[in-house]
Ligand binder design. Structure first.
Ligand code: F0G
Length: 481
């Protein structure tokens, strides 16, 4: 929640008490240099012992509530017919309004099932923007992913409140060009991850729905970050200021044919879910579930997490929960902008983002500026962020790099985990890095997996810039911070 202070400032205040904590340490610069060298300048390859503030992701890293933890204690571990599945069902019905649902072990497992059912060679799947695992699964299913965002969605410094909108004129062109029969579904992603956690508006979703329905194209919504998108609609869209998050979520659901989610984000657990009111889709999902996930009543999730998801689904519609990271991210982004850093604006959900091409204009895209920036930030702060740029794209069929539309360094803000002093520290170290940006160079792969290479690939710092940057930092701050 944001409270207004007596001097007029807005304060993102925590609407929870911290009742259990985990110790962190700030490793010295020499340790950080050794760790990032060992990790191949890939922040995914760092170990927790070498990390101070972990902003790699908000996926599965959120603080769970007391009620979620309590629910885990009363789970039913039955292989088939578990009561925990029925509790999840009642939350799905109450919060999302769907009769049919299947758990899956996480979001990408849901994407895999969708690819199995809907994607064929020759089909195209239009969407506001892809997520890495989404694209990998749909393409492995034979479909082509088409991104039909508005042109200005790629402007990182912007005041467009809904950069996650689909351009309806482009959607119409896709239908005209490929034919509705070759479009198994249109996909919307809530709080669109790879463009900086940017939401779509209700009006846009309704427009997509109307156009899709006119051509009998199903609408599938990625709900991983649904409560944040609902919160942005409440804050930014005319007519929704007085609506509850619950009502906004329900209205979004009524405009879709099927939804899926990674439960690791808005619902603060580890698992996945697909839900629909269409019995045919449900039967198709049910057929594949035991092959890839598990029996229908657990779908690859532990029954404890199913219980916690049932609670998390209900809790995410609480305004204080839906706003918990978005308000801190707003503060984070405003502080970055105030220090002259090229942050992605307007503030989104899930993370604060920096435009690495603006931050490191001397590093060409072929040398992965976002990956270099993530590694450099770790070196000068112990903060682990994530590359979301060309490293996160796989090579084309000719072995050439596919340059990403954006080169973002993403500093995720897991829900209810970090505080404002953590944010202030990150902004300060980013500002120091910006002032010394000429010390940061490019990266080059020396170990490169063929699919989703960003997870485990390893790279060299060209001209050994890591050691030079660490030395400059140590000169100013000593070795202990
Ligand atoms: N869809 C969206 C929008 C996501 O952000 C993610 C995961 C997935 C699907 C896949 O779900 O991880 O449960 O298999 N995003 C994580 C991230 C990995 O760090 O942003 P998953």
């Amino acid at each position: 929640m944001i409270v207004r202070l007596s001097d007029g400032r807005e304060l993102p205040i925590e609407m929870y008490k911290v009742r259990i904590v985990q110790k962190t340490t700030l490793p010295p610069t020499a340790q950080r240099l050794a760790a990032i060298e060992e990790a191949g300048y890939n922040t995914f390859m760092l170990w927790t012992k070498d990390i101070f503030i972990d902003m790699l992701t908000d996926s599965g890293t959120n603080a769970m509530s007391d009620n979620q933890l309590a629910a885990m204690m009363v789970s039913d571990d039955a292989y088939a017919g578990g009561e925990s599945y029925r509790k999840l069902g009642s939350a799905v019905k109450d919060v999302l309004g769907f009769d049919y649902y299947v758990p899956a072990h996480q979001g990408r497992a849901a994407e895999h099932l969708l690819a199995k059912i809907f994607c064929r060679p020759g089909t195209v799947v239009p969407m506001n923007y892809h997520f890495t695992t989404t694209k990998a699964h749909f393409e492995m299913g034979g479909a082509r992913v088409l991104e039909i965002y508005h042109d200005d969605a790629m402007e990182t410094a912007s005041d467009n409140p809904f950069k996650g909108n689909i351009d309806l004129a482009k959607f119409q062109q896709v239908i005209d060009k490929y034919g509705a029969e070759n479009i198994p579904f249109v996909r919307m992603e809530a709080t669109t991850n790879l463009i900086g956690g940017q939401p779509f508006s209700m009006a846009n979703l309704r427009g997509v729905r109307e156009l899709a329905a006119a051509h009998k194209i199903p609408v599938i919504l990625d709900c991983s970050l649904i409560s944040e998108n609902a919160y942005f609609i409440k804050r930014r869209e005319d007519g929704y200021q007085d609506a509850t998050i619950e009502d906004i979520v329900k209205e979004m659901m009524s405009l879709t044919d099927l939804v899926y989610l990674s439960g690791r984000k808005s619902t603060c657990v580890r698992g996945g879910l697909l839900a629909t009111n269409n019995p045919e889709y449900f039967n198709q999902l049910k057929a594949w579930l035991p092959v890839y996930e598990g029996f229908i009543t657990y779908g690859g999730m532990s029954s404890k997490e199913i219980e916690a998801m049932a609670v998390g689904l209900r809790e995410m519609t609480d305004l204080d929960v839906a706003s918990s990271s978005a308000d801190l991210i707003k503060d984070f982004v405003e502080k970055m902008v105030a220090r002259g850093l090229p942050a992605v604006t307007p503030p989104g959900g899930l993370a604060g983002h920096v435009d690495a091409m603006k931050f490191l204009p001397h590093v060409p895209q072929s040398q992965y500026p976002a990956g270099a920036l993530a590694a450099a930030l770790y070196l000068v702060s112990g903060v682990r962020s994530m590359e979301r740029g060309t490293i996160s794209m796989d090579r084309d069929e000719h072995g050439r790099d596919v340059l990403s539309d954006l080169e973002l360094c993403r500093m995720a803000v897991p829900r209810r985990v970090y505080t404002m002093s953590h944010i202030d520290y990150v902004v300060d170290r980013l500002a120091w890095l910006h002032a010394h940006r000429e010390l940061v160079g490019g990266l080059e792969f020396y170990e490169e997996p063929p699919v989703l290479r960003f997870f485990t690939g390893k790279l060299h710092a060209l001209d050994n810039w890591g050691a030079k940057l660490a030395a400059a930092f140590r000169d100013e701050f000593g070795d202990c911070v």
